[in-house]
Design a protein around this ligand. Sequence first.
Ligand code: CMP
Length: 139
Amino acid sequence: MERTLSIIKPDAVERNFVGKIIGKFEENGLRPVAIRMVHLSQSDAEGFYAVHKERPFFGSLVSFMTRSPVVVMVLEGEDAVKRNREVMGATNPEEAADGTIRKEFAKNIEENSVHGSDSLENAAIEIAYFFSATEVYNR
Ligand code: CMP
């Protein structure tokens, strides 16, 4: 079993797709074991995306991620990091496969509805950024 961090981004929360997106995870063997809605501050978003701070899209990404609340979740399942990335689809929705969350819901490469950790190592870092050990459901 692995755990990974998932974020339902402002574009999806604004359009009322939270339930549909969580349903996609559940249908694909990923179980939410921690969930919270949070309105990120500028420093929260800058800290979370610090690896991208030299990218030309960094400022725009931070203003997008702070424009309205997000839903942060820990997803648990077999091969959860890879499975989550498969269910999300490619970063750019124009390249995302049919049936993926980004194909179905994302607006464009920035407003792409969901974030998922890209490795098990980053999953641990990203989970700890949002959740303490006692906030995660240990079955
Ligand atoms: P995410 O998987 O959360 O990781 C970094 C985010 O930056 C990405 O999803 C998009 O929201 C955004 N992003 C990535 N590439 C671009 C780009 N070329 N232009 C604008 N935003 C981008």
